[in-house]
Every structure is written in structure tokens, then in C-alpha cells.
Design a protein around this ligand. Structure first.
Ligand SMILES: Nc1nc2c(ncn2[C@@H]2O[C@H](COP(=O)(O)OP(=O)(O)OP(=O)(O)O)[C@@H](O)[C@H]2O)c(=O)[nH]1
Ligand SMILES: [Mg+2]
Length: 293
């Protein structure tokens, strides 16, 4: 059979499960996820290699219009840029219905690029007949090449989704090596995994006010020695991240270390500090240094 490969942008409003779906397809956590909206802050590449196809997925921040600010502007720009230069677009929506934000995302999609829609979270829908009006509405609104119900959480429908996408990739050789799963550096992945734990273990507003910076990343034989700083926006936030007797910070760094060991396939020694750096979310210098641009 002929070989196909290409770039596929994954877009959708915040929290529909774009990154969970990417990780499910790749089989590793290359993009962080949480139950909060706006977990993904920058583009993340995840590569899926099959015998007859290679998919280079570009995960993007959930597109949103409610909040202003430099970080949000950059995040939205990253979405519109990602859509511009790909072979296909994968629009992810969450069952059981579309809302105004989904429609806004749909409005960004160019009619010239093949579009496939993943209707995610179907595991949460009891009666699958409930999906029919949604499928009809998507069809009418976007006229996609295919609409595939999936559950990123259970893996249901994911093979069908890849098969549907494959049809719309150009015939060509692989773009990356067959065992490459991302273009992100280990340094960047390490920072992201720490940020994921912040999103998963802190209260409402705090994770949004934090950023992670890797200060040292050394490889000694099979051991990775990593020093990371969590930058918080306000002095009062520092104590919350550290927790009583350091318990919260310990939980965050232990879980991040375990994920890193799994992803990097080797032992990790991780030290994490918390620092106060006000105004980082509007500081272009910091955002650039962290690769968010
Ligand atoms: N029930 C169910 N929940 C899911 C599924 N896929 C993702 N989720 C949950 O939805 C939430 C958001 O998932 P993410 O993958 O972080 O969503 P996202 O679209 O990448 O979000 P942003 O990066 O913030 O735009 C998490 O709590 C996931 O566990 C699914 O198939 N079924
Ligand atoms: Mg995401």
C-alpha cells in the first residue's frame, strides 16, 4: 500500500480533550492535560507512525475569546498560525452538543483544508442516539470529510479517526523517524509535566498564575538531574504551592518526576523551587524565554 504523511492541526475550544486525544493516539504523554480549561499554552507536536502513514499532529491551546492579556493573545495567535500551514485540520468538540465557542472555532477553519471532526467524550453519553442531532448539526455547519465519535479517555473510535485522517494526507514518505514521538525537547517536556501537576493539584485560580522554568538539565549516564523553578505571580501564592510543611510541593515534584521517568525512560533527580515573579503573564521577555511566542 502507498504511504501517506502530513501535518494535522488539532483545534477546538478549551477543555474538549484535544491533548488527551493526542496522547491517546501517540501512546505517551507528550501534551499535558487537566480538567481545567486552558491547560495547553503553546503548540505541541505529537507524532504517530503506522506502517502505511505518519501523522504529525499539532496540538494547540483551546481557542477562547473571553479573556484579554498578552498570554491569551499569544495563545490564540498560535492557533490561527497552526491552522494556516497543515495538510488537514482535526476539529475536536465534546459531546453531547455544540455551543457558541465551538461555532467560533469553526469559523476559523479554512474551507480549503480537509477537515475531520472528532466528537469526543462519547463515553459520557448514555444513549448513543443522543449524538445524532449533533452529528447532523456538524455536518451542516462545517461539511467535514468525516465525523468520528471517539473517547480519548477509553480509546474508543481512535483507530477509525486515524483511518479517516489518513485518507486526506498527501502520498509521501515519512517526515520524521519512526520512533520519534515529539519535537519538544526533554527540557520543555519536563517543564510541562511540572505545570500539569500544578494544574491538577492546586485550587481554582492559582495554576493560571504560575509558570515553570528549567534552570538546569544535566544528563549523567542514564540519570537526568533537573532543577526547576515555579514562578508565581504573587507573594501569597508561594506558600500555597509549597503547602503545609512542604507537602504540596513534594506531591507536585514526586508526581512530575514519575511521569518524567516514564517518558524519558530513565531515572530522574528533580529539585523544584518556588519563586515570586510578578507580572510574568504580560512579560513578553519571560514568555519568549520559555518558548511561548
Ligand atoms: N469523559 C471523558 N473525559 C475526557 C475525555 N477526553 C478528555 N477528557 C477530560 O477532559 C478534560 C480536558 O482534557 P484536555 O485534554 O486537557 O483538554 P484540552 O482540549 O486539551 O484543553 P485545553 O488545553 O485547556 O484547551 C480532562 O479532565 C480530561 O480527562 C473523554 O474521552 N471522556
Ligand atoms: Mg490541551
Amino acid at each position: 500500500m502507498n504511504h501517506r504523511s502530513g501535518y494535522v492541526a488539532i483545534i477546538g475550544q478549551p477543555n474538549v480533550g484535544k491533548s488527551t486525544l493526542l496522547n491517546r493516539m501517540v501512546g505517551q504523554k507528550v501534551s499535558i492535560t487537566s480538567r481545567r480549561p486552558q491547560t495547553t499554552r503553546q503548540r505541541v507536536i505529537g507524532i504517530v507512525t503506522a506502517p502505511d502513514a505518519q501523522f504529525v499532529f499539532v496540538d494547540t491551546p483551546g481557542f477562547q475569546t473571553r479573556h484579554g492579556g498578552t498570554l491569551n493573545r499569544i495563545m490564540n495567535r498560535s492557533v490561527t498560525r497552526s491552522i494556516a500551514d497543515v495538510d488537514a485540520v482535526l476539529w475536536v468538540v465534546a459531546a453531547p452538543r455544540l455551543d457558541a465557542s465551538d461555532r467560533e472555532v469553526q469559523g476559523l477553519i479554512s474551507a480549503e483544508v480537509p477537515l475531520v471532526v472528532a466528537v469526543n467524550k462519547v463515553d459520557a453519553v448514555g444513549n448513543k442516539n443522543e449524538l445524532l442531532p449533533l452529528l447532523g448539526e456538524i455536518h451542516e455547519l462545517a461539511q467535514p470529510k468525516a465525523i468520528v465519535p471517539v473517547s480519548a479517555r477509553s480509546g474508543l473510535g481512535v483507530d477509525d479517526l486515524l483511518a479517516a485522517l489518513r485518507e486526506h494526507l498527501p502520498e509521501r514518505e515519512r517526515l520524521y523517524g519512526e520512533d520519534e514521538i515529539t519535537t519538544a525537547s526533554e527540557r520543555m517536556l519536563a517543564a510541562e509535566l511540572i505545570r500539569e501537576k500544578l494544574f491538577r493539584s492546586l485550587g481554582e485560580e492559582l495554576p493560571y498564575a504560575a509558570i515553570v522554568e528549567i534552570e538546569k538539565f544535566e544528563l549523567e549516564g542514564g540519570l537526568r538531574r533537573i532543577h526547576a523553578g515555579i514562578l508565581v505571580d504573587k507573594a501569597g501564592h508561594k506558600g500555597i504551592v509549597i503547602g503545609k510543611g512542604g507537602a504540596k510541593l513534594k506531591e507536585i515534584s514526586t508526581q512530575a518526576r514519575m511521569d518524567m521517568e516514564k517518558l524519558f525512560g530513565g531515572k530522574v533527580y528533580l529539585e523544584v523551587w518556588v519563586k515570586v515573579k510578578s507580572g510574568w503573564a504580560d512579560d513578553l521577555g519571560i514568555l519568549k524565554r520559555l518558548g511561548i511566542e
